[in-house]
Ligand binder design. Structure first.
Ligand code: SAM
Length: 153
């Protein structure tokens, strides 16, 4: 079983933060305590950009894609420090490239889990950018987890 967490951040949603089947990726490596009391501990196995993942096609049984969901956050806010922000000019292209890369490295029998928070960009708008509908998952609510299968399968 091979799992890829594409945007691991501080691994907040992991029950086991060193799950042995999982490769943890993020675009940064960073450890610091914020004045707000929040703790940043981003320590990926592989530092990688989700727009160009350094893995062969059809490698993983399960891919988890939890990209930044904010377009705007204060320059010194804990939200920006912990979760990152999207570039308002190119966020659609960036997320589409990320989704396509997740699909590329996913095995034909694999599943892709996508997490999103509706705060600044509606879920429906992001799904339109991906050009594929999830098979199941949360259908309402601010924070959603949904599951995709390999495109074309
Ligand atoms: C919403 S947070 C992930 C939170 C994480 N899943 C958790 O459980 O703590 C989004 C993460 O995506 C990372 N990120 C932003 N742009 C990226 C990119 N182009 N490639 C890979 N990671 C990126 C950020 O550094 C941030 O840690």
């Amino acid at each position: 079983m091979k799992i890829l967490d594409v945007c691991c951040g501080s691994r907040m949603f992991w029950y086991d933060k060193h799950e042995p089947h999982t490769t943890y990726c993020d675009i940064r490596q960073e450890k610091k305590d914020l004045p707000s009391g929040h703790h940043i501990d981003v320590d990926p196995d592989v530092v990688a950009d989700f727009r160009s993942l350094p893995f062969a096609d059809c490698t993983f049984d399960n891919v988890i894609f939890d990209p930044p969901h904010l377009l705007h956050a204060g320059p010194k806010s804990w939200l920006r420090a912990k979760y990152g922000v999207l570039d308002p000019k190119v966020w659609k292209d960036d997320l589409k490239q990320g989704f396509d890369e997740c699909q590329r490295v996913l095995k034909s029998t694999g599943t892709l889990v996508f997490k999103w928070n509706d705060d600044q960009i509606p879920f429906s708008k992001v799904i339109k950018v991906f050009g594929q509908q999830p098979i199941y998952g949360d259908r309402r609510g601010k924070t959603r987890w949904v599951v995709f299968i390999k495109k074309g399968k």
